[in-house]
Design a protein around this ligand. Sequence first.
Ligand code: CA
Ligand code: CA
Length: 319
Amino acid sequence: MNLFTRTWEDQVKCPYLLGNTINTFVSYDDGESVMHKAQYVKDHNAKGVIIWEITGDYIETVPGSGIISGTPLLDSLIAVFTDPMQDHFELQLKAYLDGAFNGTQMTTALNSILPLSHPFNPALPYFGNPMPDWYYTGAGAVGAIPNPNVVDWVLVELRDAATAATAIKATMVAQMPGFILNNGSIVSLDGASNLQFSNVIANNLWVVIYHRNHESIMNANVIPYASGTFTYDYSTGVGQTYGGAAGHKEITPGVWGMRSGDGDGNCDVQNADRDNVWDIQAGKTGYLPSDYNMNRQTNNVDKNDKWRPNLGTGSQVPN
Ligand SMILES: [Ca+2]
Ligand SMILES: [Ca+2]
């Protein structure tokens, strides 16, 4: 190789060789250029691309020995196509809302009056709170609620950090509205498929679930990944949510859910959620922040059965 100098053409992401003493030009692919081509296929969901022949993709232990010790181009392809930290993945998530839970699943009493645009962009201040924890001004709307099993909107937030404790708000890399179904599944706006993201996660993935009148939760454990999908169920045990018993509540034996009663969106349940929200809506019907059991009506049941038992608790999602 001392006869040639490798030169990189960045626009086409390909190397070439120029002769040092002889007037020669050699075009070829190497591990770096093949990596870019594989990434292009992945990014564009292409069926393939044409590349320079790779019949010479081997390194001999000793030149001329015929004993192959490595295949760098193939190794590059494998690295790109099998790396879970590449940039397209799905989330298959499950969680329960304490307010809507009826013992076996969640009520869909709000289904026919749900807003067609996500509710996370209200006028501010919001019942005295200058900035709800879930405030989100991005897109998220449907022509019709897609599924009779939709309970409500949720906001899903991705954070990229080494540990749960260090997954603070500043490590956020994406937010996306979705729907939570009566069986706890969190789905995209078509009402059925997993949420899909195009992000590179450099460390570990931490996923925060927000609901407009429940305390937010985040996974406590690294989320298993297989075949392009991260799968996590927050409801199966006290240890599934960061903060343990302080981070969520047991809503029926063995099943854990997000705490209701947070009318003003600060992810704490305190007197303000009664005084600033429930008090002024008591007796009303509709899609209301103070309807803590999500049955369309704000009354004493919301205050006594959902707000009061959670009074003094707060989200354990890192700030
Ligand atoms: Ca609150
Ligand atoms: Ca109610």
